[in-house]
Write a protein that binds this ligand. Structure first.
Ligand code: NAP
Length: 307
């Protein structure tokens, strides 16, 4: 069976940059993506902090351009979901529902997905008013009232985006200060359609067949009340897509992969990049940098171990 030099798992900015560098290095590389390349950037309306794109770039366009850039240098991209990673001597074996793929080295760039709140009503009302993507679902809430949960960059960006459609956006945050970057926090606080409900937490999302209200608790005095709304948007962080690697690679408590500064994981020959890694800052520019570094480190590993 053929063994690739490098198998890249995941097609977000980390994986696509790893692929671009591998293709330019003329490695025998393949990138595997379970859906279509792009990652979480695909659900971002405008990316404002990609250096050089002064006016901002749509997440969709940026993903497309990254994919086309890697394809231009000959990267092979295949649609496959990996279910298992095992080791066979110096090689790594990746299992998919239709067979195995072998690589001398692997870059894991499987990204992350929105974290759930974990309150009653949330699961039941997904797609019926509960959403994790304002960019995707915002247009359904024209002239309606929506509630957003969270205080980070995603919550701030998405709350502002939702004001394009909704008549009123409540932003419920568990503290009295936003975590979001200064410029994003300013936009929230200066937007007349957004009301921030400070130091409050959700207890339940209510509704028969669609969201009708959220039950909130004020942390100051413990008062509980129902806030009527048409949509509940959850932006309380991310959870990594690393379940299939549990027990194989070292991870932190939340399942983010632990890497050294050159993107080596705990398993020799396996590198990681992007939002699935344990780190301080999850941004497109960081994922891209880690993708480049992971491929370079993989090349060095191949020279030392396999050649
Ligand atoms: P995040 O930075 O982890 O923020 C999560 C927010 O949700 C925090 O404000 C947190 O409150 C709150 N939260 C967490 N669990 C909660 C719970 N159970 N109930 C209520 N609130 C809860 O996540 P994120 O905003 O999704 O961002 C993820 C990463 O992507 C970050 O590194 C971020 O910088 C990056 N990102 C960047 C951009 C950009 O650069 N434009 C855009 C989007 C995302 P506390 O503040 O109290 O912890």
């Amino acid at each position: 069976m053929h063994t690739h030099d490098l198998v890249i798992v995941g097609g977000g900015p980390g994986g696509l940059t790893a692929g671009l560098y591998a293709a330019r290095a003329r490695m025998d590389a393949v990138l595997l993506e379970r859906l279509s390349p792009g990652g979480q950037v695909l659900t971002t309306d405008i990316v404002e902090n990609w250096p050089g794109d002064v006016e901002g770039v749509s997440g969709f366009d940026l993903s497309d351009r990254m994919r086309d850039h890697a394809l231009k240098f000959g990267l092979v991209i295949e649609s496959k979901e990996i279910t298992k990673l095992t080791v066979d001597g110096d090689c790594k074996v990746l299992s998919t529902p239709d067979g195995e793929i072998r690589g001398k080295a692997v870059v894991i760039a499987v990204g992350a997905q929105p974290r759930k709140l974990g309150v009653p009503g949330e699961e039941l009302l997904i797609g019926k008013g509960v959403s994790y993507c304002g960019t995707c679902d915002g247009p359904f809430y024209r002239d309606q009232v929506v509630v957003c949960f969270g205080g980070g960059d995603t919550a701030a960006e998405e709350a502002v985006f939702l004001t394009r459609f909704a008549s009123k956006v409540y932003l419920v945050h568990r503290r009295d200060e936003l975590r979001a970057a200064g410029v994003l926090a300013e936009r929230v606080l200066n937007n007349e359609k957004i009301e921030v409900l400070w130091s409050q937490v959700p207890l339940e999302i209510k509704g028969e067949n669609k969201v009708e209200a959220v039950r909130l608790k004020k942390l100051s005095d413990g008062e509980e009340y129902d806030l009527p709304c048409d949509g509940a948007f959850v932006f309380v962080g991310t959870t990594p897509n690393t379940e299939f690697l549990r027990g194989v690679l070292d991870m932190d408590r939340q399942g983010f992969i632990i890497c050294d500064r050159d993107q080596h994981t705990s398993l020799n020959g396996v590198f990681a990049a992007g939002d699935c890694c344990s780190k301080l800052l999850r941004q497109i520019v960081v994922a891209a940098g880690e993708g480049a570094l992971a491929t370079y480190a993989a090349q060095r590993y191949l020279e030392e171990v396999h050649d």
